[in-house]
Design a protein around this ligand. Sequence first.
Ligand code: CA
Length: 223
Amino acid sequence: MRTLVVEDEPTLQAQLAEALAAAGYVADCADNGVDAHFLGDSEAYDAVILDLGLPRMDGITVLKKWRAAGRTMPVLILTARDSWHEKVAGIDAGADDYLSKPFHMEELLARLRALIRRAGGHASAEIACGPLTLDTRAGRATLDGQTMTLTSHEFRVLAYLMHHLGEIVSRTDLVEHIYAQDFDRDSNTVEVFIARLRKKLPPDMIETVRGLGYRLVAPDGNK
Ligand code: CA
């Protein structure tokens, strides 16, 4: 899952990026509204954390522009303490959730997980596919109850497929959602991660849909 962190306060931005990386997300960062708008408009994010008080373009304007352009990714806004009017303006502008500063990182991560789950149509913190379970809280995958040993990239590929169960996910989708913006992206590496995951999963769980991409399905068609 790939996230965008928009925060102009350097220490908080670094803390957010670090916490997201530790939780298994890729995080791109922006410290002003203009760069944030460009990134959110041109890149594929599974969720955005958006501070409202930003240089060059304020967060509400950024959010309104995204929504007007049809960008539907979940957005969690960060508002000043006790500023109820910012929350109202943010929600009216298309925010999915908000947190007031200062906040606990654990709460932010919990809200982010919930937003990403709901965007994928999953009501529960655990997503299951046959013997495979993704625990979005722990950032862990289990197979037949055993925790799978996965590299960070393998985990990201698997987590993205789990959030899009039964759907065809293209190689481009995977590249866009497992790498940060400034990473040297090589779509061939996706095939490598898929091949490694296949060795760790029951046969045929990751289908190749010729010319289109991959699809994660339960073995024997079980849910
Ligand atoms: Ca700010």
